[in-house]
Design a binder for this molecule. Sequence first.
Ligand code: HT9
Ligand code: FE2
Length: 343
Amino acid sequence: MNHPYDAILLVSFGGPEGMDEVMPFLDNVLRGRNVPEERKREVAHHYEMFGGVSPINQQNRELIAALRRELDAHGIDLPIYWGNRNWHPLLPDTMRQMARDGVRRALAFVTSAYSSYSGCRQYRENIQQAQLEAGPEAPRVDKIRVFYNHPGFIEANVERIREAFAHFPEERHSDVHLIFTAHSIPLAMAECCDYEAQLLETCRLVAEKLGHGSWRLVYQSRSGSPAQQWLEPDIGDYLREAKNAGLKDVIISPIGFISDHMEILYDLDTEARAIAEDLGLNMVRARTVGTHPAFISMIRELIAERLDPNSQRRALGARGPHQDFCPATCCLPFNPSKRRLHE
Ligand SMILES: CC1=C(CCC(=O)O)c2cc3nc(cc4[nH]c(cc5[nH]c(cc1n2)c(C)c5CCC(=O)O)c(CCC(=O)O)c4C)C(CCC(=O)O)=C3C
Ligand SMILES: [Fe+2]
């Protein structure tokens, strides 16, 4: 096929893989961010509870291995590179390697299904910065569209939630309350993107496929200064609300993420689970898509559609496929015209 791409680039968040990597990783995440020192220490402790190892890097290795097999099976022979925002392999190092290998133009798959500054624009800025650091031989990089409404993403989530339902006796299924979670972001950030609307669309499409009416989208992993407003309700508060409303069985599906990384192991499997147990709620946490075959074939499809401009761009629901190229003002961190000058 005649197309301009000579590599795939997986772009992700990155995570520490040992005790001595936790603080330098958090320094990278929080450089220039308005997050209190106390929150940083708290989050360092979350990582330390797991030996300083975030599962995210291993999950990305497995994702790459699965994608390699999928591309090979479909005759797509592009090499796959991998670079992270916050930890090794770091994007600038990967970009230099690509330049050395003679890569001229790459397609980037970012491990975030939704549009937001953190999940879209910041990754594009990271790519640009890495290109600057790698110099004039750095490849050109085009980002693959966000996939929150892609049938492969929906199907993989539906199957993960079906697995979770199987933990409850059949006769209780209709009374199970399905709680979707996503990473909270500052309201100022949420105002500049379609994050909430996209999340709600994914939840709606997944719940519809499951034929399950009792669901709600809530948020987790709130960070930042307490003075700032972030998306709510928080999962902990919502579990208390659910209890007060008389609910007994809940499934938590972290629809905002694509792998079971630290924000899930700690914020849901440790913190939210303790709250649920305290309240006497039966909680089952659904897995994220991870390397589900429908998700891996979705990534292959998203690559193939960029290699062949005439191919169909699949999307479920009312919103249609997201555009291939982000407009200049897409996913800003905040609305600049709302910022007072002295801030
Ligand atoms: C929207 C969004 C996603 C989803 C899109 C995507 O996947 O990119 C996401 C993913 C992730 N967030 C992660 C970890 C962290 N996020 C933090 C801080 C923050 N996240 C934010 C937003 C998001 N984050 C924001 C607005 C902040 C405040 C600071 C800032 O404005 O940037 C902090 C600092 C400590 C804290 O304050 O919590 C950590 C350690 C990990 C890795 C987990 C692992 O290691 O396994 C992953 C995948
Ligand atoms: Fe985060």
